[in-house]
Unconditional design. Structure first.
Length: 296
């Protein structure tokens, strides 16, 4: 691997503490960029990479019909990489200064309706097995807390505070946040912990959720469980843990929750990231107006 890329990837892993998935995305984008440079222009020193070379790469991506969203992400990866090189003194200027980011229409978050989420927990029968118990609690925690996939599978049992009805989550950038939980969810977690000692021989006691072998869940397990049960109750195109996170935030916003509070619960660093959920609220109001007003 290019030494400058390796140094940057180590920085993302060990200092920024980014998730494995995020680090892999950055690495893939940088590898593709430097492969393109090598094939098109030969060996180049970092200081010799200009905006013209970056534009050539972006043009080649457009020719390959790469989506605008993916191109924007790749530009972001390069911006971050060259910013790091400036910080380390490897460069005196960045080639990204004159790179324009394509404008994209804002994509509204996909979410499941409140009625469908209620049906999931009140009408759907989960198997009377350890997997059924785990899947139900996993879905409950996702929807009741809005946490990310990586946060859920890494949720430690000792981060639950039953007295204060809260749990502590380790989020992006190694930042902790505290999320309140309902008495109903506490009851479900308590029952899960009791059954854990009965049904699993020697379970991992560090993490709350474990599979049938008593081991910490892996991301694909959680993703497949969510997809399976959401497929039963909804026709939304996407059926992933992040859709449950969107549903949590959208339902809070629709219920009148303060946007700053939703921001803190989600662990967003910027309010701008949270404001997208107000668009769903506005769309709902438009729909109500259209259906109810005589001239709607």
């Amino acid at each position: 691997m290019n030494p400058s890329i390796q140094s940057y990837i180590d920085y993302l892993k060990f200092e920024k503490r980014y998730s494995e998935h995020t680090v892999r995305s950055y690495h893939d984008d940088l590898r593709q960029f430097f492969q393109f440079l090598q094939q098109s222009f030969g060996e180049l020193a970092l200081k010799d990479i200009s905006a013209a070379f970056v534009r050539s790469w972006l043009a080649s991506l457009k020719e390959k019909k790469i989506s605008s969203r993916s191109i924007v992400r790749k530009i972001s990866s390069l911006q971050s990489f060259f910013k790091y090189q400036l910080k380390m003194g490897s460069l005196s200027q960045t080639p990204m200064a004159h790179i324009n980011i394509p404008k994209m229409a804002k994509r509204l978050p996909v979410f499941v309706s409140e009625q469908d989420m209620d049906r999931l927990f009140s009408s759907i029968v989960f198997p009377d097995s350890w997997k059924g118990l785990t899947d139900r609690l996993l879905l409950s925690i996702f929807y009741n807390t809005g946490m990310r996939l990586s946060e859920l599978i890494n949720l430690r049992a000792d981060k639950l505070d039953f007295g204060n009805r809260t749990l502590k989550v380790l989020g992006k950038g190694n930042k902790e946040r505290i999320i309140p939980i309902s008495p109903q969810l506490i009851s479900s977690i308590n029952e899960y912990l009791k059954q854990k000692t009965k049904m699993i021989g020697q379970p991992d006691t560090t993490y709350l959720l474990v599979n049938e072998q008593g081991k910490k869940l892996y991301p694909k397990y959680a993703y497949l469980a969510v997809k399976k049960y959401l497929s039963v109750i909804t026709t939304v195109d996407k059926k992933s843990p992040h859709v449950l996170r969107h549903s949590f935030a959208t339902h809070l916003t629709n219920g009148g929750a303060d946007l700053n509070s939703v921001k803190e619960l989600l662990g967003h660093t910027s309010l701008a990231a949270t404001q997208v959920y107000t668009h769903n609220t506005i769309e709902k109001l438009k729909d109500v107006h259209k259906k109810a007003h005589p001239r709607g």
